[in-house]
Design a protein around this ligand. Structure first.
Ligand SMILES: Cc1cc2nc3c(=O)[nH]c(=O)nc-3n(C[C@H](O)[C@H](O)[C@H](O)COP(=O)(O)OP(=O)(O)OC[C@H]3O[C@@H](n4cnc5c(N)ncnc54)[C@H](O)[C@@H]3O)c2cc1C
Ligand SMILES: *[C@@H]1O[C@H](CO)[C@@H](O)[C@H](O)[C@H]1NC(C)=O
Ligand SMILES: *[C@@H]1O[C@H](CO)[C@@H](O)[C@H](O)[C@H]1NC(C)=O
Ligand SMILES: *[C@@H]1O[C@H](CO)[C@@H](O)[C@H](O)[C@H]1NC(C)=O
Length: 506
């Protein structure tokens, strides 16, 4: 079967499919899909889009499905155009001794495909990264990012030019230009201007980097200099263990390439079948028994304190910090050859991600702590049910219309120092109604933060409910300017999505 994750439904006379996220069956991204096309080149992509426009249905691109909620399409009939087969890489340009250069990728190219291509040529994309099996088109469209204050880490910040197939099926070439609203809208387009076909990316000479991690007491972070923990490094983040009342502080920076023979490779999502069964049993019982979740956080914390790295040349575990290796292998890495990603073992999650001005970091973290403590006062212990805790990321200020890290907005908050992202993944029980232990808590955290802070949503890590609530914190003038460009590119709303509807664009 070509699309094992598509479940056929019958809607009236015509048949429509449910299209799923990376989590597979039971995790819909689109409800009303009539066709899935798989073009194999940019020309084929353009021809496919033209054909679909003529048939009068809505169109959405699909990369690797690495999104969490049912916000991919609109609920009206939609055709999906997968970019997986559109993965050319060309025009590599990095002169010997130059500080930077460029390369052009088709939108279906993933981070690990490009990393391999560039490493072979002594180059890297720097820090504008997300995870391995995610397409550049999907990342740029949805404002995805890594974590850094010192360096640009939004994927779009690494783009020099974009080719977008608009609502008439015509390719529009847009060059980076902060004085042009076409560019500022295209930089975080949410797929609403059209399908990104090609991206010209900035590249750098490859480097070796180190990764180091320390454990901090919660109070030392909540009352401490959070900015100072992050800003000195090329990339850095925190992982919060609220039950343990501790943080992990992870940071990375460049070392001379000839200073170390080590070739560390980070494991981002791979686990063994035994680990998966143990975790799943514990976390499923945690739907009813908080003690199971406490134990889970204890165990996950212990595992996450050690390096999640292997030596690439021998496949042996690395057991002490710091770990050294090539840029991409250390910053992202991927799967270990003898393991599978956690979601292939029925370890699924819900998530929530909101960005705040980094100047409000202490205030935000303390507010979340007080929400945990409010539960404790009722006798309910809440904790992290994710294998790496609560992810606290950061973003250097980056100007565009709808990005999480933009500035100069009507909320009057100071976003110019950068953003702190509260990224709260939680285990989705495989049993019963799939609601989490003390489900209302998660909604209370989201609602409280949105109501009390000028925070902005990540565009693929929030439910419809959270996006709907969070829209009030966006600058209405940014939304209006975005929509002017959207109407020019896609006057008929061919690329319409639930996210665009929630933004009030149609
Ligand atoms: C395990 C995991 C780790 C992740 N890590 C991070 C992270 O570190 N940082 C972060 O910010 N995000 C992260 N994400 C979120 C991810 O970066 C985004 O959801 C991204 O949009 C997914 O891209 P995709 O290629 O999988 O596209 P899909 O999930 O298939 O599509 C996502 C959206 O992008 C649109 N889209 C896809 N391709 C195009 C295109 N060519 N043109 C126009 N629109 C397009 C789709 O229509 C859809 O609305 C992670 C997600 C997962 C599941
Ligand atoms: C990457 O995603 C695709 C789905 O588009 C999946 O088929 C493939 O197995 C994934 N690769 C890895 C290494 O998980
Ligand atoms: C699918 O879309 C059609 C129109 O495009 C609409 O009539 C129908 O109600 C939709 N079905 C679902 C399940 O949303
Ligand atoms: C910031 O906003 C002001 C007033 O709206 C505007 O004049 C200025 O150009 C903006 N700066 C940037 C970087 O867009």
């Amino acid at each position: 079967m070509l699309f094992p994750s598509c479940l056929a439904l019958f809607v009236g006379a015509s048949s429509a499919f449910v299209y799923n996220t990376f989590d597979g069956d039971g995790f819909p991204s689109c409800y009303n899909v009539t066709q899935v096309y798989e073009p194999t080149s940019v020309d084929d992509l353009v021809a496919t889009v033209k054909k679909a426009i003529q048939s009068g249905t809505r169109i959405r691109a699909a990369g690797k499905g690495h999104q969490w909620y049912d916000t991919h399409c609109s609920d009206q009939e939609t055709v999906i155009v997968r970019t997986e087969g559109v993965h050319g890489i060309y025009d590599f340009n990095l002169a010997p001794g130059a500080a930077d250069g460029s390369v052009v990728v088709d939108s279906g190219v993933t981070f690990f495909q490009l990393a391999e291509y560039l490493h072979d040529r002594g180059a890297s994309v720097g820090y504008t990264l997300t995870n391995w099996n995610i397409s550049f088109g999907g990342s740029v469209a949805m404002g995805a990012h890594r974590s850094s204050i010192r360096e640009h880490s939004m994927v779009a910040a690494g783009a020099l030019a974009l080719d977008i197939i608009d609502g008439q099926g015509t390719i529009r070439h847009i060059e980076r230009d902060d004085s042009n609203d076409d560019w500022l809208a295209a930089s975080t387009s949410l797929g609403l201007l059209g399908i990104i076909a090609k991206i010209k990316l900035k590249i750098y000479p490859d480097t070796k980097v180190y990764a180091k991690q320390e454990t901090l007491e919660e109070k030392d972070v909540l009352d401490g200099d959070v900015y100072g923990l992050i800003a000195p490094y090329a990339t850095a983040n925190l992982w919060w263990w609220p039950y343990k009342r501790k943080f992990h502080h992870r940071y990375y920076d460049v070392v001379a390439a000839d200073s170390t023979p080590q070739q560390g490779f980070q494991n981002t999502f791979s686990i063994t079948a035994l680990e998966a069964t143990t975790a799943r049993t514990m976390l499923d019982s945690g739907k009813y028994l908080p003690t199971s979740n406490m134990l889970a956080e204890e165990i996950f914390f212990g595992i996450w304190s050690k390096p999640n790295f292997r030596e690439k040349t021998t496949n042996k575990a690395v057991d002490s910090w710091p770990v050294y290796g090539w840029n991409y292998d250390v910053l992202i890495g991927g799967l270990y050859p003898d393991q599978k990603p956690e979601w292939e073992y029925s370890l699924h999650g819900y998530t929530l991600e909101l960005a705040f001005p980094v100047t409000m970091a202490n205030q935000m973290l303390k507010r979340v702590r007080s929400l945990f403590d409010d539960e404790l006062k009722k006798g309910i212990v809440m904790m992290s049910t994710y294998r790496s805790g609560i992810n606290i990321k950061f973003g250097r200020a980056y100007y565009d219309l709808l990005g999480q890290g933009t500035y100069n907005t009507s909320d009057g908050a100071d976003w110019t120092k950068g953003a702190i992202m509260f990224d709260f993944p939680s285990f989705r029980p495989n049993v019963g109604d799939h609601q989490r232990f003390n489900e209302p808590f998660y909604h209370k955290v989201a609602n409280t933060l949105i109501d009390e802070f000028p925070c902005r949503p990540h565009w693929t890590k929030n439910s419809r409910e959270v996006l709907t609530k969070a829209v009030k914190n966006l600058d209405p003038d940014h939304v209006r300017r975005f929509n002017e460009v959207r109407k020019k590119f896609d006057p008929n709303g061919v690329y319409r999505s639930v996210v665009g509807e929630i933004l009030g664009l149609y």
